[in-house]
Design a protein around this ligand. Structure first.
Ligand SMILES: Cc1cc2nc3c(=O)[nH]c(=O)nc-3n(C[C@H](O)[C@H](O)[C@H](O)COP(=O)(O)OP(=O)(O)OC[C@H]3O[C@@H](n4cnc5c(N)ncnc54)[C@H](O)[C@@H]3O)c2cc1C
Length: 463
């Protein structure tokens, strides 16, 4: 006997999708979230950050008018960006519409902190939310991540908030204006996107990256292109040097680097990775490690051999992306209602970083393929040598790089750095996911003159 067929703890993109789909399937679902239904993506992540970047793109293009089409004078104003985020994207950070959508599917919604509380009669899983305890035949943990705050001297002493000196993604995306100056701690995708986004609205930006280069998980050439673009746009990048301490000073914050140099900003944006929301979900009550940094799941999203327990989203460690979370949720929903599970593995996992140029990536880098012992052929085409890229002119920094498993004659990875690089990625994602033979890619039609024709030119260059 149990209260619900499924209890979902955490309603980010994965949890919300799962709860809705399983309720659609006629099952009893309890959906629990302590903050906003929809999670990080619509309120503090993907959507509002891309609204900043859409504005920043328009500003960037306007600056190219002088080079291509006459004269344009641009006076960037962050106001319309902040208004779109507040009024159109987030309903002023109110999730009423999302809650109604969820309950419209037939799920029961409870706002509060959910926690596993061991097993009840017959082994059913128990979940506590405040003073209430519920039992579920299945429980899915989908609690996502929060911004990580690295243990840097002085950081914890500075206050965090929209009007305070320290920002994470959660504060910058609520800010009504871009700051005069900003130091960004971390040159990953989130740090680079937000750095370029506000810089184009006039913020003086310094990015600090302790690793050897920005955008570390990507092909090193991608980081090099972005470094050069950032240089041209006046964004300072300090890479290969860590932060020693932070303290109040200047207009806001003084950041002292390990080499003794310093950077100052009105705001310090901490974009130094994510912390999984797993430390207080009661893992120990079902025999799991309470210090776990991720929950390993099988192809049905089952957690280890813990009967009835499932997980989806960032906390599974399979790629911290909305589309992964939703994809996992669809697999699990199908599993729970007895439908065909659309599981297709992770070898064709794709994602994009929405800087200008955009960086699209699928599968492995060259180094990862070599580390996996593959016999590798690489094909690269510079965008400026592709007809459409050349016509595009200013803003055409980039390339297409293909990684082929030469023994099997299929692509195992690709990177596109290009205007609309995330869109160009579609063909390559299909090629890697479906293991389309490179010989077939050789025989395809590629419309002329398109940016995606650079894929054909890179295929021809494989060696
Ligand atoms: C600035 C930024 C930009 C991003 N851009 C992109 C992008 O362009 N494309 C992309 O694919 N991804 C992007 N991401 C990542 C994307 O936001 C995440 O991968 C996605 O939100 C993860 O979804 P999730 O289902 O794991 O849960 P999350 O969105 O992390 O949500 C988890 C939910 O669980 C709730 N919760 C946590 N603990 C409990 C508890 N104990 N009880 C009840 N509720 C709890 C939280 O309140 C939250 O609502 C971005 C992230 C950031 C920060």
């Amino acid at each position: 006997m149990h209260d619900y067929d499924l209890i979902v703890i955490g309603l980010g993109p994965g949890g919300e999708e799962l709860a809705g789909k399983v309720a659609d399937g006629g099952r009893g679902v309890l959906a629990v979230d302590e903050r906003l239904v929809g999670g990080e993506c619509p309120y503090f992540g993907c959507i509002p950050s891309k609204i900043i970047l859409r504005g920043a793109d328009v500003v960037g293009e306007a600056h190219r008018v002088d080079l291509l089409a006459g004269r344009a004078s641009v006076q960037p104003d962050y106001g319309p960006v902040a208004t779109r985020i507040r009024d159109e994207a987030t309903d002023n950070w109110d999730d009423r519409v999302a809650v109604e959508r969820l309950t419209g599917h037939g799920a029961t919604f409870v706002r509060g902190t959910g926690r596993l509380a061991g097993r009840g009669d017959g082994g059913v899983l128990r979940v506590e939310v405040g003073d209430d305890t519920y039992t579920g035949a299945a429980v899915c943990i989908a609690t996502g991540t929060a911004p990580a705050m690295p243990p840097i001297d002085g950081l914890a002493d500075l206050s965090r908030g929209v009007g305070e000196p320290v920002w994470t993604n959660r504060e910058i995306l609520r800010a009504p204006a871009a700051p005069k100056s900003m130091v960004v701690l971390g040159g990953g995708a989130i740090g680079c996107e937000l750095a370029q986004g506000v810089a184009r609205f006039g913020t003086s930006v310094t990015v600090i990256e302790a690793a050897p280069h920005i955008l570390m998980p990507e092909e090193p050439e991608a980081g090099e292109v972005l470094l050069s673009v950032f240089g041209k746009e006046g964004i300072t990048v300090r890479q290969g040097v860590g932060v020693q301490s932070v303290a109040p000073g200047g207009d806001g914050v003084v950041v002292t680097l390990a080499d003794g140099s310093s950077a100052t900003g009105e705001k310090l944006l901490v974009a130094a990775g994510r912390r999984p929301n797993l430390s207080d979900v009661g893992l120990e009550t079902v025999g799991l490690d309470p210090k776990a940094r991720k929950l390993d799941v099988d192809e049905h999203m089952r957690v280890g051999d813990c009967d009835g327990l499932y997980a989806v989203g960032d906390i599974t460690g399979r790629g911290a992306f909305t589309h992964v979370s939703v994809w996992q949720a669809r697999v699990l929903a199908a599993h729970l209602v007895g439908a065909d599970e659309p599981y297709g593995g992770y070898h064709g996992l794709a994602w994009a970083t929405f800087t200008d140029p955009e960086i699209g990536r699928v599968g492995m880098t060259e180094q990862q393929a070599r580390d996996n012992g593959l016999s590798v052929r690489i094909g690269t085409q510079q965008l400026s040598s592709n007809s459409r890229g050349w016509i595009h002119g200013p803003g055409n920094d980039g390339f297409v790089k293909l990684v082929e498993d030469a023994d099997r004659g299929v692509l195992v990875g690709a990177t596109v750095v290009s205007p609309y690089g995330g869109e160009l990625l579609g063909t390559l994602t299909l090629a890697v996911h479906a293991e389309v033979p490179t010989a077939t890619l050789h025989t395809m039609h590629y419309a002329f003159p398109t940016l995606h024709r650079a894929i054909y030119e890179a295929v021809l260059a494989l060696e």
